[in-house]
Design a protein around this ligand. Structure first.
Ligand code: IFM
Length: 447
């Protein structure tokens, strides 16, 4: 990796700087004020499901400490905050009755963000399905399209007078593949390709219905979806691995992209997915989005694996630098992803909604962390964004993952992605060196 330049690669005036978290990873307070269990609360309580045996029960206690977190973002000069709304806080049973105090939380947060000059950008779903809906089949049940659209309406009816930027789903392919095809994420179904494709189709459908509902409430809303887009490469030479990478690319990247942007299913999966698609579904799924949220961390490496999902599975990446998650550091893959959107999907408006690195951060006695590797990683990825913009890609902003260290799903608390260190024992927040760097970096760009 290149060393950090004194001033970073310039980004255009008005470039939107900010950060992203998700509700289940920071809020904690899982029993507070009428919130019901999510599939992640239930999944995490199963022995062996989470590497450090933890649950998201407390996380960063953001539910109680959010004023301090907004103050940190203001201090950094951030202008946008993509947070997620916890469905089980708003509708504990997933449908029907609305929990007033749950909605109040997001209402107060929205006001505080606006007051701090930070644009609120809620995402309606970041994997924390109400367990009550899982008990009815969750994403395996086609009725979820209506449940999700109703929930979207409830949230937009409350916040839509102040919030103009909305996202529907976060990384549907990740939750479909890791949680439905495999057992790594909640709800841990392990149902193979069938369950993956069914979940993906129902997520696409639910998103289509929710987008229509949001548009009816707010004709001027800027509506988007958030996708984990990762160029897929074969781990090994040979035609079988190349073909496996092509199938995985269809599953991971193309099903969500082609669904919403083209009303299509990738040809390679058309037969397998056709089982779940009814007449009129693709028209419901296609929607003229105002922006795509791109989450990027690395390329994906895949090998042929008979019996795996689409007869493929995760394979080794080439030798080179890795993050603490074991992911290869490959900033150029971000430029490549943005060029793919430019060339194959009509060059949509893009917001980088997640990018960041888990590092083996070491705190000194005062809790300070000199996280130079994080600064290098972020600067290198910002340079990749700048390069894409020079090549004509339309990227309007960058949200770092993440403001705070947080609960990293099946890894628990042992992976740290934050610009701010969280002491999980006391809840204390201590900005890392990367926080100060980010503040200076933001200040370099004319607002
Ligand atoms: O923490 C996750 C986030 O919830 C979704 N995108 C990837 C991040 C890092 O693994």
């Amino acid at each position: 990796m290149a060393g950090p330049a004194r001033a970073g690669v310039p980004l255009p005036p008005g470039f939107l700087w900010g950060a992203s978290p998700s509700a289940p990873q920071i809020e904690g307070a899982v029993d507070a004020d009428g919130r019901a269990a999510s599939i992640w609360d239930v999944f995490a309580s199963q022995p062996g499901a989470i590497a450090d045996g933890s649950t998201p029960g407390t996380a960063c206690d953001h539910y109680h400490r959010w004023p301090a977190d907004v103050a940190l973002m203001r201090r950094a000069g951030m202008r946008a905050y993509r947070f997620s709304v916890a469905w089980p806080r708003v509708q504990p049973a997933g449908r029907g009755a609305v929990n007033g105090p749950g909605l109040d939380f997001y209402d107060h947060l929205t006001d505080a963000l606006l007051e701090a000059g930070i644009r609120p950008m809620p995402c309606l779903y970041h994997w924390d399905l109400p367990q009550a809906l899982q008990d009815r089949g969750g994403w395996m049940n086609r009725d979820i399209a209506g449940w999700f659209a109703d929930y979207a309406q409830v949230v937009a009816a409350r916040l839509g007078d102040r919030v103009g930027d909305w996202f529907t789903l976060n990384e549907p392919s990740v939750s479909a593949i890791l949680g439905h095809g495999m057992t790594l994420h909640a709800p841990g179904l392990g149902g193979g390709a069938d369950a993956t494709l069914k979940a993906l189709h129902h997520q696409n459908l639910a998103q289509g219905d929710a987008l229509a509902a949001l548009r009816a409430i707010g004709p001027a809303f800027r509506l988007g979806t958030i996708l984990s887009l990762q160029p897929v490469r074969p781990s090994h030479p040979g035609e079988e691995h190349r073909a496996a990478a092509e199938r995985w690319d269809a599953l991971w990247n193309r099903v969500p992209l082609d669904g919403v942007l083209r009303g299509e299913v990738p040809g390679i999966l058309a037969e397998a997915m056709g089982r779940w698609i009814l007449e009129g579904d693709l028209e419901r799924i296609r929607f003229p989005l105002d922006r795509i949220g791109v989450n990027y961390y690395s390329r994906l490496y895949v090998e042929a694996r008979p019996g795996g999902l689409v007869d493929a599975g995760f394979g080794p990446a080439p030798a080179g630098p890795r993050t603490d998650m074991g992911w290869p550091i490959e900033a150029h893959g971000l430029t490549e992803t943005l060029e793919d959107l430019r060339d194959n999907y009509g060059n949509p408006d893009v917001l980088i909604t997640e990018n960041g690195i888990a590092c083996d951060d070491r705190a000194d006695g005062a809790g300070r962390v000199d996280d130079r590797l994080r600064i290098l990683y972020l600067e290198e990825h910002l340079a990749a964004v700048a390069q894409a913009i020079q090549k004509g890609c339309r990227v309007g902003g960058y949200l770092a993952w993440s403001l705070l260290d947080n609960w990293e799903w099946q890894e628990g608390y042992r992976r740290r992605f934050g610009l701010v260190r969280v002491d999980y024992r006391t809840g204390r927040r201590t900005p890392k060196a990367s926080f100060d760097w980010y503040r200076r970096r933001i200040a370099e760009t004319p607002a």
